[in-house]
Design a protein around this ligand. Sequence first.
Ligand SMILES: *[C@@H]1O[C@H](CO)[C@@H](O)[C@H](O)[C@H]1NC(C)=O
Length: 238
Amino acid sequence: MLAALCLVSFSFPMLWAQTFISCSYKSQCQQALLSGNDIVLRCDHKKALWYFSSIIGENMVLLNSRPNIKKLPGGSLQLSDPQPSQAGLFRCEDDANGLLVEYEIDFQDATTLHITHKDLGQEPLQNETLKLGGEVLVFTHWKPWQDCNRCGEPGERKRLGYCYVEEPLETPMPCRLYLRDEKVQYSRLRPEMQVEGCFVPCDPDKEIQQPFFIFDIYQLGKLTNPMWLTCPLASIYR
Ligand SMILES: *[C@@H]1O[C@H](CO)[C@@H](O)[C@H](O)[C@H]1NC(C)=O
């Protein structure tokens, strides 16, 4: 039994804490992201229409109502708790069917995240070659280090790394976008997170810009089953 002790919530506009994904106007961009973390695909057009086709290359369908996808008033598309199965092409058009922007997204499975701590001597995944007709290289494409989680005292920071595939002489691609519907069970095909110690001085300007979060407090009763507590608006991208 889970008894809610009390619920404290600050209602700040949701967008404050959201991770925006942008790519330039009238173009297509490819992105790897993590499943289970909310994002907003940017398209600043009030009458925007969003279409979707999965990585298997189905026809584009108009995204009307899906439980975890919502069009925001400004035109951008909010995806809550996106799943690896939602990888594919998200296309934003104006009301005259003109292309505004196209996002091809690989939602890499956060439940398979390979986590290592640099200061504990733990090694990230190695580059590997995979035989798929020809040989391709599977490697981790690291994003920049995120902010330190403390200031004025020792803290930790993290960075995310996504699974990418590189064919000789070609531009690397996020793994699922490369593999499409190819059914390969291969343990190297997973995202990574690396943690390390950090020490930064405090910067008052930056403190003020930190978003506020909604939080809940629960009292745990006698549990018979293991359970997950989800922190609302928490995000691995920050
Ligand atoms: C792994 O492959 C990537 C992409 O080709 C390359 O940038 C990186 O240096 C390689 N890492 C190692 C340790 O060889």
